[in-house]
Every structure is written in C-alpha cells, then in structure tokens.
Design a protein around this ligand. Structure first.
Ligand SMILES: [Zn+2]
Length: 429
C-alpha cells in the first residue's frame, strides 16, 4: 500500500489511542493502529491529539480586523457597535474588505480553523461586503470552506432597501438566508421577518441562520417563531438560531416548553461566548446576568449546540485571535460546564457540532472523509482547551498547509528541569 500522507501514533478526540491515519488523493483511507506502507510524508504524532479541523459557525468576515476604523467603540455595547459599523460602511471598499478577510483567513488556517460561516451585511446598496466576500470565497476555497449568510444588519423592514438587497445578495450566490428579528421595530415585525425569510429560504432550497433574540429581554421570543416556521415549512435540520441570549433571562416554565419545540424542529443553536459575555447584561447594575443561552439544558434536549467566534477586532469586539479553543474555553466557563464530560462536549461545540450546522460534507476522521485535520500539542480534547494548544500541523486534503513549533520554555533554575512542555502536565502523566 502507498499513501500520500501517513500520521503515526495519534490520539483521537473520542479517546482512541495509538491510531495511524493514512491519506491518499485528498481523502482519509484508513484509521487504525499499526498501518504500514510507503508514504510521501510521515507525521509522527507522538501520542498527541489529532482532531478534525475547527469550524466557526458564526462570524462577521466583512467587519473583521477593522478595529479603530473610523473610531473605537467607547461604550463597548452592541448598539454603539452597530452605530459604528454604520459609520464605517460607506467608507468600505471591495479591495480593503478582501484584503482584511484574506489576512483573517491566514490566521484562521494557522489555528486549524478550516471552515467558517460568515454573515455578510446586505444593508448597503452597493453590496460591497457581498461582492468582496464572494471573491474571498473563491480565493480561499482550496484551503478553507467559507459559507456566506445574507444578513440584514439594520433590520429587514427597518432598513428601507434591506429586503431587496437581501434577494440581490442571494441572486449573486450567497448561500444562507439571515435575519435579525429582535432588531426590527416591533415584536410583530420581528415575527413577520422570520416568516418571510424562512419562506424565502424554503422557496430557494437554502439554509437559514438568524441572529435571534440577541438581548436580555425575556419577552424576545423569536426563536419560538423560528422553530415553528422551520416545522411548518419542512426546513428541519437546515435552520440555525444564533445567540439566543434572551433565553438566559426567560421564565423557566416557558423555556421548558420552548426547548422541546427547538429539538423537534432540529434547529441548531449557536452561542457566541466571547461576545455574549461582554455584550449582555449591559442594562443591569448588580447582579449582572451572563446572558449566554442555556447550553447544558439544550444539550439535554438533544439540540445541536455550537460555539461561534462572532467577531475579531471589529466594531463590536476588540479582542479575539481566530482561536476556536479560546471560544470553547469561554463557553464552558460561562456555562459552568466543568465536568470532564462537559469539557469534552465543549470541544465538540467548535468541531463536529458546527460542521453539522453548516452541513459540511466529508468532515471527520473516518475512511472516506476529506483528509483535513489538525495535530495539537495536547494529550486530549480537554487539555487542548485548557492550554489553547499549539497547532503543530494543519492538514487540508492530505497536504500540510500550516506548521508551528511546539510551545516549549527553557528554564534556568538549578535543580529543576531544563525544559517545560505544558502538554506534559495532563492528569495521569
Ligand atoms: Zn453575529
């Protein structure tokens, strides 16, 4: 047997150890212990974790890396962020958006992040972001899957040309229908927008991903309408609700009725922990609500939950690094998911769960899947999150497309070891 790439002695996210992964013609052809054969390239994993690539289910690629343009968000609130983005939008050029997006994709790839669903604002009659990101999609396709959502940032009905522009964006090739029902002028307009957008998606055979109930208002219940419309139109499994933060503040009885509806409609839930913990609870004095949606409860109901990055250095969030392990870490902290089982689940929230929400084909570490994976400087998935582990190698279609040296420090302390490798501190080592 001959292979293009052979990975030796890997630990897999499901706990299997001493596994080899053989790849040929861009696909995984075997995943088992002791594979022998010629290989163009051999990677010795040394018992470290090999994972399918990270997937970001919620991002804003048209705004990323624009921090400081034209000014900073002084209050750090969602509403100042939206206002600031409104100031920046007329100044955007296709070239500048393309350039920033490509730079972000470089960073993403270096972090093993090989699939991103990005919302793109359609409330701009020039559709600058749409034109730019469609170009970026094509450019990055060999190394990164980019999925675009037509997002009416200023409100489908609140902004006079949003509806027309959203359809134009879909006609240009944008893949997913977005929305922002809680930002429409009235609850009724919000519900009407959900219905209209789901009908549009159903008619065109598209997926839906809405910014939904991104507030602390317990009466913001558009997720109920979204799940109900999903059922009515037979869109089960093709719809996602992003943020869903109002659920944090809802009455428990109401939520006990809501969760089974979301589960039945197979609506994917996408929390954005870094953003949610900074933007929610802003009208509170003390105690301050965390605002993140009810992740452990959704898990119990069998709802597919992902953690998204949402923003990196843009009008809404001045931090971020394209590192989905940072996102997973914040997600499990905010949700207080601290059992070993829950921490492993948090890793799935930035890998397999978003892959399902995006409908990625050929994702996973099994024979027949695309030969896409990441070798991490960590013993397992919990350790990967704890350490924000270094990505030693990133593989796409059987080729190494990014490499990093292990994070190792040299000590100058008498009587103590010369080298500290953070990955050797795993429990049981
Ligand atoms: Zn967003």
């Amino acid at each position: 047997m001959s292979f293009d790439l052979l990975v030796k002695n890997a630990k897999l996210p499901d706990g299997r150890e001493r596994i080899d992964i053989a790849c040929r013609d861009g696909r995984i052809v075997a995943v088992e212990p002791g594979i022998s054969g010629e290989a163009g390239r051999v990677i010795e994993a040394g018992g470290r974790l090999v994972s399918p690539p990270f997937v970001d289910s919620h991002f804003h690629m048209d705004a990323t890396l624009s921090l400081g343009l034209p000014r900073m968000n002084e209050s750090g609130t969602l509403l100042e962020g939206i206002a600031l983005w409104g100031e920046l939008k007329p100044l955007l050029t296709v070239e500048a958006v393309v350039e920033r997006a490509l730079r972000y994709c470089d960073l993403a790839v270096s972090q093993g992040l090989l699939a991103i669903r990005t919302h793109v604002d359609v409330c701009d009659d020039r559709l600058t972001g749409v034109e730019a990101l469609l170009e970026v999609c094509e450019k990055v396709a060999p190394y990164l899957d980019l999925q675009l959502v037509a997002f009416p940032q200023d409100g489908l009905y609140r902004s006079p040309t949003a509806e027309r522009n959203l359809v134009r964006a879909l006609d240009m090739g944008v893949d997913v229908v977005g929305g922002i029902p809680h930002f429409e002028r009235t609850m009724e307009d919000g519900a009407r927008s959900v219905r209209a957008l789901c009908e549009l998606a159903a008619a065109r055979g598209l997926m839906v991903d809405m910014h939904c109930d991104e507030s602390d208002d317990p009466m913001s219940r558009h997720i109920e309408t979204l799940a109900c419309e999903t059922q009515r139109l037979g869109l089960n499994g093709r719809v996602a609700g992003s943020h869903l933060t109002s659920m944090h503040s809802m009455d428990n009885y109401y939520v006990s009725k809501l969760l089974p509806l979301i589960a039945e409609a197979q609506v994917h839930a996408i929390a954005n922990p870094l953003i949610n913990i900074t933007l929610q609870g802003r009208h509170d004095t003390y105690p301050k609500r965390r605002g993140q949606t009810r992740v452990p409860e959704m898990r119990k109901h069998g709802i597919n939950v992902s953690f998204g990055h949402d923003c990196v250095m843009d009008p809404w969030y001045s931090m971020g690094s394209g590192d989905m392990l940072e996102v997973a870490s914040m997600g499990l902290h905010v949700a207080q998911m601290m059992s070993r089982d829950e921490m492993r689940y948090a890793f799935e929230c930035v890998t397999t769960h978003p892959a399902r929400a995006l409908g990625l084909q050929g994702y996973g570490l099994a024979p027949g899947c695309n030969a896409d994976f990441v070798l991490l400087q960590a013993a397992d998935t919990i350790e990967a999150i704890r350490l924000r582990a270094r990505r030693l190698a990133v593989v796409r279609r059987g080729k190494v497309i990014a490499q990093s040296e292990p994070a190792i420090s040299r000590l100058s302390l008498e009587g103590r070891p010369e080298i500290v490798d953070p990955a050797t501190y795993a429990p049981g080592k």
